[in-house]
Design a protein around this ligand. Structure first.
Ligand code: F6R
Length: 240
């Protein structure tokens, strides 16, 4: 992977936003893989002014994951987060932006349907990734198969604790999620992994330099030919 160390999240956001804008100028119907959580927010913020004058009417997008059993209208469903942080501010067409269907009715076919939709779109051109403190990408927790496709997973206690800040209490964090698999992520044409802060340092080092192992799902990026890792100094601090 190419590792770029920046001074702060804003610089990372600017750098990745520039990359996305150049992709959209080359390919106005590009397919973006959209992460949620805190990490990608500087990218989405930096995109807004840069997209003035860029035709985004044909941009397509697929979220990495969704909670299972959460009301899609809940402010912390990833459907809501993506519409609030990405679709609305950037003026994307909501009909072209999908999140996995985490509703109880759809769940049986949701994984296959999502994979079929990604394939029908021609695959993901640029996948934005964060990384969990336990090394997960998407919600592929330790032990996930490198060949996995979109499916239902159980969140670890660590991830539920990490994400409790978005909810009233940890008890409100869903137990399950539906996430693109590691195989799905590896099928994207360009992976851009971002991480900020010392609490991500061990996961970043494991992903970039550690043994390729399902114990640290982020290490799957070492199997991909085109990866850009953008980190601040704290998140880079365990790299050799
Ligand atoms: C979010 C996702 C997760 C997060 C990770 C880091 O769609 O798939 O892998 O990227 O949990 O979360 P933050 O950025 O909130 O530290």
């Amino acid at each position: 992977a190419e590792v770029i160390i920046v001074t702060d999240p804003e610089s990372a956001g600017a750098l990745v936003a520039d990359e996305i804008v150049s992709l959209l100028r080359r390919r106005p119907d590009a397919v973006l893989g959209l992460a949620t959580g805190s990490t990608p927010l500087p990218v989405y913020r930096a995109l807004q002014p840069r997209l003035a004058g860029v035709d985004v009417s044909r941009v397509r997008g697929f979220a990495l994951d969704e909670y299972v059993g959460i009301d899609p209208a809940h402010p912390e469903s990833y459907r809501s987060v993506i519409s609030r942080e990405v679709v609305e501010p950037l003026g994307l067409d909501p009909a072209f932006i999908r999140t996995p269907d985490g509703s109880d009715d759809g769940i049986e076919h949701a994984g296959e349907d999502y994979e079929a939709a990604i394939a029908a779109a021609g695959g993901i051109d640029l996948q934005i990734l964060g990384i969990g403190t336990d090394g997960h990408i998407g919600f592929n927790e330790p032990g996930s198969s490198f060949a996995s496709r979109t499916r239902v997973k159980t969140l670890t206690e660590q991830t539920r604790a990490d994400n409790a800040r978005f909810f009233d209490s940890i008890d409100d964090v869903p137990m399950h999620c539906i996430t693109q698999g590691l195989g799905t992520i590896l099928s994207a044409r360009h992976l851009v992994l971002l991480a900020f802060g010392a609490e991500k340092a061990a996961a970043v080092a494991g992903a970039v330099e550690g043994p390729v192992s399902a114990s640290l799902p982020g290490s799957a990026i070492q199997l991909h030919p085109h990866v850009t890792v953008v980190v601040d100094e704290a998140a880079a601090s365990a790299l050799r």
